[in-house]
Design a protein around this ligand. Structure first.
Ligand SMILES: Cc1ncc(C[n+]2csc(CCOP(=O)(O)OP(=O)(O)O)c2C)c(N)n1
Ligand SMILES: [Mg+2]
Length: 342
């Protein structure tokens, strides 16, 4: 049955262990810093594909990555740089993919956000529109059939994805089979430029949990520590055998759909409401309020240094050469050592 685990006002900020706060804060800062840099590189014409950012959604995304353990499966979407970093994806993988480096996880074939690393439990993204929910359910099913126990699968979707067939089929099957699936919905009020009220007729996406017969948790997605508490609890519930969990975080994306879009269709009233808060500012203020402003500044400086170093390193790396290589998806001629053994 769907349970609202209390609205944002009713929940106090969780008491978190220092290292978890640090993991959360660093992932958010590293994501924001590298994405700001990627946006600049895009405008400078250095990136061939589109650039999609998670600005404003870093807290919710990082909460997912921080709550998972090794052996779990994570299926991030285009706004989940923070979750990827929190789950352990090296920052250089993102930069190499965007800059088309031959040394990246997609060997220069992708151009933005479809990278993955199965050895780390990160599924390569197929589509932003719910496809990863079905893929995650498939992986969890396969693990069960192999007798592997204890692993959780977490996938992220947007509000728009919740109206797709893939979302429905995946969540329905996960509910029937009681799979350890956590679906984190970043309800940013829009699917590209389409507002919520033109996407579905229910008033709150949390209602969907009731329809599938699973547990649901709603929260203010602009408060990173609250995200950590609620997503962390949902992951634990799934791990403990309580079946699929639906988490709905309300927030806004503080950027366009991609860097080719300025997002001017976002309602000004929403922007100036608490839903339009910047989660990084919320986190910074909390840190300062606890006398940890210096830590925050240190993490920020370290993130800036890391991003500058990584971008400089990747800028010097080779890109694939279509005149010398057969243009296959992820493996090039002469690089067959990267092929899995058959
Ligand atoms: C099947 C399909 N239809 C359309 C698109 C184009 N598209 C990509 S993201 C997107 C909007 C997604 O909205 P939402 O799920 O709310 O995520 P958000 O972008 O807000 O994070 C659309 C229409 C697509 N990738 N796949
Ligand atoms: Mg959306």
């Amino acid at each position: 049955m769907a349970t609202r685990t209390a609205g944002p006002k009713a929940m106090s900020a969780p008491h978190l262990k220092t290292d978890i706060t640090e993991n959360l804060g660093r992932a958010m800062l590293r994501a924001r810093t590298v994405e700001d840099k990627l946006a600049s590189l895009y405008r400078a014409g250095r990136i061939v594909g589109g650039v999609y950012l998670g600005k404003g959604q870093e807290g919710l995304s990082a909460a997912g990555g921080v709550s998972l353990k090794q052996g779990d499966v994570f299926a991030p979407l285009i706004r989940d740089m923070a979750g990827r970093l929190a789950f352990g994806e090296p920052l250089i993988d993102a930069v190499r993919t965007y800059l088309g480096s031959r040394m990246g996880p997609m060997k220069g074939r992708d151009g933005n956000i479809h990278r993955g690393d199965l050895s780390r439990g990160i599924l390569p993204m197929i589509s932003h529109l719910g496809a990863m929910l079905s893929a995650t359910v498939g992986v969890l099913f396969a693990k069960r059939m192999r007798g592997e126990k204890g692993g959780v699968g977490l996938t992220c979707v947007g509000d728009g994805a919740t109206s797709t067939g893939s979302f429905h089929e995946g969540l329905n099957l996960a509910a029937v089979e009681k799979l350890p699936l956590v679906t984190v919905v970043a309800d940013n009020g829009y699917a590209y430029s389409t507002p919520n009220q033109r996407q579905y007729a229910c008033t709150d996406l949390l209602e969907r949990a009731k329809g599938y017969g699973i547990e649901g948790h709603g929260l203010d997605g602009t408060d990173p520590e609250l995200c950590l508490e609620v997503v962390g609890r949902a992951v634990q519930r799934a791990r403990d055998g309580a079946g699929p969990q639906l988490v709905v975080g309300r927030l806004l994306r503080l950027c366009g759909h991609g860097e080719h879009d300025d997002g001017r269709y976002v309602d000004e009233k929403l922007r100036s409401s608490s839903r339009g808060r910047d989660c990084l500012v919320v986190m910074e203020e909390k840190m300062k309020g606890r006398g940890r402003g210096r830590d925050w500044e240190k993490w920020k400086e370290e993130a800036q240094r890391e991003v500058e170093e990584v971008v400089a390193e990747v800028s010097a790396e080779p890109v694939p050469d279509p005149f010398e290589e057969s243009w296959r998806a992820t493996v090039t001629e002469g690089a067959t050592e990267a092929l899995p053994e058959e």
